[in-house]
Design a protein around this ligand. Sequence first.
Ligand code: G1P
Length: 297
Amino acid sequence: MIKKCLFPAAGYGTRFLPATKSMPKEMMPIVNKPLIEYGVDEALQSGLHEVCIVTGRGKRALDDHFDINYELEHQIQGTAKEETLSGIRGLMDECTFSYTRQREMKGLGHAILTGETLIGDEPFGVVLADDLCINLEGDGVLAQMVEFYKQFRCSIVAIEEVPAEEAHKYGVISGEMIKPGLYRVEDMVEKPAEGEAPSNMAIIGRYILTPDIFDILRDTAPGRNGEIQITDALREQCQKGLVLAYKFKGARFDCGSIEGYIEATNYCYENIYKAESKTVREIEVNEESLEAADSEA
Ligand code: G1P
């Protein structure tokens, strides 16, 4: 089955300058956890434990995040604060991490092709970390997609309905519904000009790709914005065979924009952080009362 997940993470994040001048945009925190970690969590939950990251210059903080920080960990050892690292430690125990660098920014398709060296000849997931997806009700988006992959063994893109005036920001598909929420893609267009979107179903940053996509990408000419687009490669793949689009369950935030980032922050604070920090606080209170009991004895 699918084991690998590719994270294209070489982009500059110019919409967040100056914050992203020396810090990777994927390290921007949503409350207290960087975007990339949410993505890796989602991949692991769907059984994809080989994490492959396409980085670029100035992105070393990404490698460091998924490694041990001896000094810090030594300092907080044995205190309640250790609990705050349990999530990332769990990821580090259960995942492997490999990295390659994209030297030139030539588009998402080019970034994915750069990852071929880490992926090889097998199907894989792709997560664009700045699309944050949260499903409080059940499986994450990638896990939902993996279930369909098991059934159909073809490339699958996640889609969401967007207002017509937003379509120009996305890859947009048209297709025929084959079961509720699942479409056989007939066409797709990267960032259509006004009035040219084939539907209101926009691709969001979750993909499952079959490895023949690499050969297609190698021959894909630069498209929208002069960049090699994964949408163009998938369009060719759907003309040759089957590509599915799946209207996922859950919430998605465009954390590549300030508005989406703030929305995601508020959502995660209310729905995730408050619940988790309650647990940490309970541990601290327990520790404090144990210490008090010790000193009384
Ligand atoms: C990329 C893809 C686009 C997709 C979007 C989802 O665009 O090229 O097809 O709809 O991600 O976030 P970007 O946002 O990198 O410009």
